[in-house]
Design a protein. Structure first.
Lengths: 306, 222
C-alpha cells in the first residue's frame, strides 16, 4: 500500500505510523463488534421522519378506500435486511387502513420474500381479529399475483387488464375467479404502486406506468442507491415518495406506529431495531476514516520535515 | 437473406414501436397490445431455452474437459436439475399446495419454499454481509484527503453517511437537512446531466440500430 511507511529494520514506528499499519484482521474484528454488539444490547433512537418518507406516508394515508395499493417486491435476499422491513411496514399501513393490496414480483428471487412478508403481516392482523369481518381474506382483501415477465408486458399490460397479465396468481389459482380482481382491474383502480427494489426497476415504473398511465409511484431503495433516485423525487415528483435504506424504513415504522397505535401495538419494528447496529457500524467506519486521515497527515508532515 | 431479414424486421418493428406512442387510434393500439402481451411473452420463453441450453452446454463442456474447478460445475448442474424438478412438480408456493411429487419425507421438507428460505436466503445474505468488512477496510486504507477533489468527496460522503443515521440529529440538528441538501441539489444536478447524456446517447444508438447503420448485434460480418 502506498500509504504504509516502509518499516526499516531496527527503527521504531511512531504512534501514527503504527496507526497506518493496523492489520486488516483488526479492522474486521472492530466492524464485527460494531455490528454484533448492538444486536444483543440494542438502543433505540427515535427516528425523525424525513420529507420524502412523510410524502409517501401521506399519499397512502389519504388514498381513497376503493383504490388499491400495489407493491412490486423486487429485491433479493442479499439486501433483505434493508428492504424487507419496508414491505412489512407498507403492508401493515395498508391493512390498518383496510386498503385492498396487490403484490407482484418482476424478479424471481422476490417471490419467496414477498410471500414471507404477506404471511407474516396477515398472521399479525388475523391473530388480533375479533370477528370474521375483521380478518384479512385472500382474494378478497389482498392478492399475490406472483412473478411475470417480460417487464414491458407487465407494466403496460396492467394499464389494460391485470387478469390478462396475471392469468393465475402465485399459487396457480385463476385470478379472474377471485373477487378482488373485479375491484382491481387496471391502473384506474390503483391508488399507488410502490416499487421496492435494489436495482433500477423503479425507474421502469416511472417510464411506463407513471408517464403513460399517470399512476402514482413510490419507491423503497437501498441507501447506497438513493442518490440515483433523488433526481426523480426532489423537484419533479415523478416519485410521490421515497424510502431510502433502513433509515427510511425506520422512519416509516415510526409514522405508522404514531398513526395506527392500536393496529401496530406490540409488533416488532425490524428497521428501528436494526438501526442501532447500522448506527454503530457507520460510526465505526467514520472513526476508521478519521484515524486513517489523521495518521496520513501526521506521517506526511514528519516525512516533509525529515 | 440471412442478414437482410433481421435488418428488415428491426426496421419495421422499431418504427412501429415508436409510432404506437403517437397513434391513439384503436387499431394500432390493439395490434401493439397483441405484440406486447402475446408475442413478447412467446419470445421470452425462447430466450429462457437459449439461456438454459447455454448454461448446460458451458458446464458440461467444463466437466468433459476437466477444466479448473470443474467440480463446481457438477454442483451447478445437479442443483439446477433438482430445483427445476421440485419447482415444476412440487406444487405451489407453500407446502400446503400439493403437486405431482411429494416434497417432504417425515419431518424433512425439501419444498421449493424451504430450499429458498434455508439455502438461498442465508447464502446470499452471507455473501453480501462480507462486503461490509471489505468496505470498512478499504475506506480506512484508501479514503484519504490527498487533494482538493478527494477532500470534497470525503467531506460530502462523511456528511451523507452521518445524515443517514438517526444519531445525526443528536449531534447537530441541521445535519440531516444538510445531507438532504447534498442529495437534492448538487447530486440531482450532476445526475440529471448524466441522465440527459445517457438518454440522448441511447436514442442515437437505437436509431442507428433501427436504420441498420449499427450492425454489431448481427454477430460480425460473416
Amino acid at each position: 500500500m502506498p500509504d504504509k511507511p516502509a518499516a526499516t529494520p531496527g527503527t521504531r514506528l511512531t504512534f501514527w505510523e503504527s496507526m497506518l499499519r493496523i492489520p486488516r484482521q483488526v479492522v474486521y474484528l472492530f466492524i464485527a463488534l460494531a455490528v454484533i454488539v448492538p444486536l444483543f444490547a440494542p438502543f433505540v433512537i427515535r427516528p425523525t421522519p424525513s420529507e420524502p418518507v412523510v410524502s409517501l406516508y401521506n399519499v397512502i394515508d389519504s388514498m381513497p378506500l376503493e383504490r388499491a395499493l400495489v407493491l412490486s417486491v423486487d429485491y433479493t435476499p442479499d439486501i433483505e435486511p434493508e428492504l424487507h422491513p419496508m414491505t412489512i411496514v407498507l403492508l401493515r399501513h395498508a391493512f390498518a387502513r383496510r386498503l385492498k393490496v396487490g403484490v407482484l414480483c418482476l424478479q424471481i428471487p422476490g417471490i419467496g420474500l414477498a410471500d414471507m412478508a404477506i404471511n407474516q403481516v396477515v398472521e399479525e392482523f388475523n391473530s388480533r381479529a375479533r370477528t370474521p369481518q375483521d380478518s384479512l381474506r385472500y382474494g378478497v382483501d389482498y392478492i399475490f399475483w406472483g412473478f411475470q415477465t417480460p417487464l414491458l408486458t407487465v407494466l403496460t399490460g396492467m394499464g389494460e387488464d391485470i387478469t390478462k397479465v396475471f392469468p393465475v396468481d402465485a399459487n396457480r389459482t385463476r385470478t379472474d375467479s377471485l373477487p378482488i380482481s373485479r375491484e382491481i382491474r387496471n391502473y384506474n383502480n390503483i391508488g399507488m404502486v410502490v416499487s421496492i427494489a435494489g436495482s433500477s426497476l423503479p425507474l421502469s415504473w416511472i417510464t411506463y406506468a407513471q408517464t403513460v398511465f399517470g399512476v402514482k409511484i413510490g419507491t423503497g431503495i437501498t441507501a447506497v442507491s438513493a442518490a440515483d433516485f433523488y433526481p426523480y423525487y426532489s423537484k419533479t415528483r415523478q416519485f410521490s415518495g421515497l424510502l431510502a435504506g433502513m433509515k427510511g424504513a425506520a422512519e416509516y415504522e415510526q409514522l405508522v406506529a404514531d398513526g395506527y397505535p392500536r393496529s401496530t401495538a406490540g409488533l416488532r419494528r425490524l428497521a428501528t431495531e436494526r438501526m442501532a447496529s447500522q448506527t454503530t457500524a457507520h460510526a465505526a467506519i467514520m472513526l476508521l476514516i478519521i484515524i486513517g486521515n489523521v495518521a496520513f497527515f501526521a506521517t506526511r508532515k514528519r516525512k516533509v520535515k525529515s | 437473406m440471412k442478414r437482410r431479414l433481421p435488418l428488415a424486421l428491426v426496421l419495421i418493428f422499431g418504427i412501429w414501436g415508436i409510432l404506437t406512442f403517437f397513434l391513439p387510434h384503436s387499431v394500432p393500439q390493439e395490434i401493439d397490445s397483441l405484440f406486447r402481451n402475446n408475442t413478447l411473452r412467446i419470445m421470452v420463453v425462447f430466450a429462457l431455452i437459449l439461456g438454459l441450453s447455454s448454461l448446460i452446454r458451458h458446464h458440461s463442456e467444463k466437466i468433459r474437459r476437466r477444466r479448473e474447478y470443474y467440480q463446481y460445475s457438477w454442483i451447478t448442474l445437479i442443483s439446477l436439475f433438482i430445483t427445476a424438478v421440485i419447482g415444476l412438480f412440487g406444487g405451489g408456493l407453500t407446502p400446503a399446495h400439493h403437486g405431482l411429487l411429494p416434497t417432504s419425507i417425515g419431518g424433512f421438507s425439501f419444498h421449493i419454499a424451504t430450499l429458498y428460505r434455508y439455502i438461498i436466503i442465508p447464502v446470499q445474505a452471507s455473501m453480501f454481509a462480507i462486503l461490509a468488512f471489505f468496505m470498512a477496510s478499504a475506506s480506512y486504507r484508501a479514503f484519504r484527503a490527498r487533494n482538493m477533489a478527494a477532500t470534497v468527496l470525503l467531506v460530502a460522503a462523511f456528511i451523507v453517511m452521518l445524515g443517514s443515521v438517526p444519531l445525526s440529529r443528536q449531534i447537530l440538528d441541521t445535519l440531516p437537512g444538510f445531507a438532504q441538501f447534498i442529495l437534492d441539489v448538487p447530486n440531482t444536478a450532476s445526475k440529471r446531466g448524466i441522465a440527459f447524456g445517457v438518454g440522448l446517447g441511447s436514442i442515437a444508438t437505437s436509431l442507428k440500430i433501427i436504420l441498420g447503420i449499427e450492425r454489431g448485434w448481427l454477430g460480425g460480418e460473416k
